[in-house]
Design a protein. Structure first.
Length: 466
């Protein structure tokens, strides 16, 4: 086992959400750069749906796999390597020791299986694929077959009735793949899939495009084919606006809470309940206390929502960025209104008028004056504008806060100026340490899409709908 800090899941895109499966020869370790081994990695959203992963049960690193599912469909993704019998291995002691073919040959001879390692591989992978297929799983396999992917030893095995997997490239491109290796003449690398998986696009690079001497393969398969069309959309909980360390936020929170308590006479209601509680039943007292507590909770939530303006987005906030973001949100509302008209669109019309007053040079017409195509074109144009602003948004943010600090100093409000200066320092530190924390912090676990429960009679069931 490699050092924890040198494992592939630590070296590959550190800080990013991912799942990695690796396979290698666990029985021999005679070289730092030993031949053989396979790996499979999923990133970002897809990694959240990986239920389990595994490798060749014999510990030779012949293949690795991942089970991906959202509950409605199960897909097995496999990466496999079929060793080749090198001619140099028969005449060179060095090659005889190092080649993957001979590594596997020594292992199987040691356990009494004297067959060719290639035949053993095809037999074992065929049994595993047939088992997955019999279980109702979809299968997608990327393989370096070291034989023709259309009529070679592995392709023949995959065409059995129990498996029925075919090359993806021929189905999409309409013709067979070219030679895979730079010095070869046959297509020996390919992607195979069961009939229920249909790729939309396939890309095969020229030689020298990436690392190694094989072509790079890219297969585009829609996520709904891997996971199904029904899967949970988890919504991230928003952060709280109330920050007790900041004086301005505490002051605004307390003021709003006191105003609501005073306006609705909450303290008087508690006193009235205390004075008349002896003539009330315990159930009625409890009900009245709960009612007043719920009212107080609503006041606290209202105060928290007003104590601070939360500007959380992908771009640092500034007046210019804020305007374009408001414009984008407004046109998105107009687009939704065009698709599914609102019963009462007065708020939408009012928002258009307010935004037009804020910037008369870029007037926003009323929703009735736009067609759906024009609205969608405006949305694309606004997103392009935000992309152009993205490189300079930190400078715009810094300039905006500095202007606010200067205004506070001119007004003699040193406390506000100090708070703004501290806010700039915090934002600078947060940005500097963000990538470091992503890399060094403990990796996040997979999101919960299903829960297993046990009934009183001992039966267990999986709930994934709520």
């Amino acid at each position: 086992m490699a050092d924890t800090n040198l494992r592939l899941d630590k070296l590959l895109m550190p800080g990013q959400q991912k799942r990695v499966a690796v396979g290698y020869n666990k029985h021999e370790a005679f070289s730092r750069s030993q031949h053989g081994g396979v790996s499979l990695a999923t990133f970002d959203r897809l990694s959240q749906f990986v239920l389990e992963s595994g490798a060749d049960p014999h510990g030779l690193g012949r293949w690795v796999w991942m089970k991906i599912s959202s509950g409605s469909l199960v897909t097995i993704v496999v990466v496999a390597y079929l060793p080749c019998k090198s001619k140099a291995a028969a005449t060179s002691n060095k090659h005889c020791r190092e080649t993957v073919y001979n590594q596997q040959g020594r292992y199987f001879c040691g356990i009494g299986d004297l067959r060719c390692p290639r035949a053993i591989f095809v037999d074992h992978i065929g049994q595993q694929l047939a088992l997955w297929k019999h279980s109702g799983f979809q299968i997608l396999m990327f393989a370096d077959a070291n034989s023709n992917v259309y009529d070679g030893i592995l392709a023949t095995e995959l065409q059995r009735d129990e498996i029925r997997m075919a090359d993806v490239c021929e189905a999409v491109l309409g013709h067979r793949s070219p030679n895979s290796h730079a010095s070869g003449s046959l297509p020996i690398t390919g992607a195979f899939a069961t009939s229920d998986l249909v790729a939309q696009h396939v890309f095969q690079s020229a030689h020298g495009f990436g690392l190694g001497d094989h072509r790079v393969f890219v297969v585009d398969i829609d996520l709904t084919q891997l996971l199904g069309s029904e899967y949970s959309q988890l919504v991230r909980l928003p952060g709280r606006k109330l920050q007790a360390k900041r004086y301005r936020v505490r002051k605004a929170y307390n003021k709003s809470l006191r105003d609501n308590i005073r306006r609705h006479k909450l303290i008087e209601k508690y006193h009235q309940l205390y004075q008349s509680h002896q003539s009330m039943s315990p159930q009625k007292i409890s009900m009245r206390i709960n009612q007043l507590d719920r009212e107080k909770t609503e006041f606290m939530k209202c105060a928290e929502s007003k104590c601070k303006k939360k500007c959380a987005g992908k771009l640092p906030n500034s007046p210019k960025v804020s305007y374009w973001c408001k414009r984008l949100r407004l046109f998105d509302r107009i687009r939704k209104h065009k698709i599914n008209p609102l019963k009462d669109p007065r708020n939408l019309y009012h928002s258009c008028a307010v935004l037009s007053e804020d910037c008369s040079e870029m007037e926003v017409l009323q929703p009735k004056d736009y067609t759906l195509a024009e609205v969608e074109a405006r949305i694309i144009a606004i997103k392009d504008q935000l992309d152009l602003l993205k490189p300079i948004t930190p400078e715009l943010r810094f300039s905006y806060i500095n202007d606010k600090i200067d205004e506070a100093i001119v007004d003699g409000n040193t406390k506000k100026a100090k708070e703004l200066a501290n806010m700039l320092d915090r934002e600078a530190l947060r940005g500097g340490y963000q990538e470091i924390k992503k890399t060094t912090n403990k990796g996040k676990g997979r999101k919960v899409f299903s829960v297993e429960t046990e009934a009183s009679d001992g039966t267990r069931s999986i709930i994934s709908s709520k």
